[in-house]
Write a protein that binds this ligand. Structure first.
Ligand code: SAM
Length: 246
């Protein structure tokens, strides 16, 4: 048991707020958040919680006003600096709704900085509701202790995605057709992991990806993984190699 118990206690509720945070600041919560703190957690004026705004780190706040459907917080002091984690983006072909929700939740927990839905020839779900995915990412970040949210961008056709590749970011292409083991291939530095649709990439798509100047093919082992499993396995392996788990 450490001499001084950890401060702030891990059990304090955590909320993402859209207003920028600073010491002494006043934050008006939206009706959903006010209901959650007031009616679900039954917190009263004076109660403490943690808040983050996605860019300035984490802050200790206290409920200053609580009315039926309205609640305000007073921001007291910063408790954590903004997170500094390996810079990795995940590009994936949208799968069915429940599985994409699960993928977004887990990729947020694992520390992805950006999520890029990619439309490929065999992509099943063309439309993704970004608002719903953002709400899932917010809840996952609140629960796992992140201080920033992954950016979730509009779906991109694979052709455009390949045209817009950033020369400073290594493209790790998860290719079940065989390549070097991911754990031996990952290098720290800005990364972009690309995982294919359930039906896989077409040969034409595969050659276009393999021709990308920043591209490196990676293998995730001898078994054919489901798309969302491959996405999370590669993200976890990258984070382990890049030092996020130290
Ligand atoms: N094309 C395959 C097929 O024959 O149906 C399966 C595609 S797999 C379900 C979906 C995606 O996960 C693949 O496009 C690839 O990006 C990734 N993947 C699955 N298993 C993999 C492995 N063992 N190594 C590398 N990538 C893998």
């Amino acid at each position: 048991m450490p001499a001084t118990p950890a401060w702030p206690p891990k059990s304090l509720p955590r909320l993402f707020v859209r207003q920028p945070l600073s010491a002494g600041g006043r934050i008006e919560l939206d009706a959903r958040q006010a209901n959650y703190l007031g009616n679900v957690l039954r917190l009263k004026e004076g109660a403490e919680l943690l808040v983050f705004d996605g860019s300035t780190g984490e802050w200790l706040a206290r409920i200053s006003d609580a009315a039926k459907k309205r609640m305000a917080l007073r921001v007291e002091r910063q408790t954590r600096e903004p997170e500094t984690i390996p810079d990795v983006w995940l590009a994936f072909a949208p799968v069915k709704r429940t599985r994409i929700d699960w993928l977004v939740e887990k990729a947020t927990e694992l520390g992805a900085a950006r999520l890029v839905p990619i439309i490929t020839h065999r992509t099943v779900a063309e439309r993704v509701k970004l608002e719903r995915l953002e709400a899932i990412a917010i809840e996952a970040a609140e629960q796992c202790g992140r201080t920033r949210l992954p950016d979730i961008v509009e779906p991109l056709p694979l052709r455009l995605f390949l045209q817009q590749l950033d020369a400073k970011r290594t493209l790790y292409f998860a290719d079940e057709a065989g390549s070097e083991p991911a754990a031996h291939t990952f290098r720290s530095g800005p990364a972009l992991i690309l995982v294919g649709p359930e039906g896989g990439f077409t040969d034409e798509e595969r050659s276009a990806i393999r021709a990308a100047p920043t591209g490196v093919a990676i293998s995730l082992g001898p078994r054919i993984l489901r798309a969302e499993t491959a996405a999370l396995a590669s993200l976890a392996a990258y984070m382990a190699v890049a030092g996020d788990w130290r």
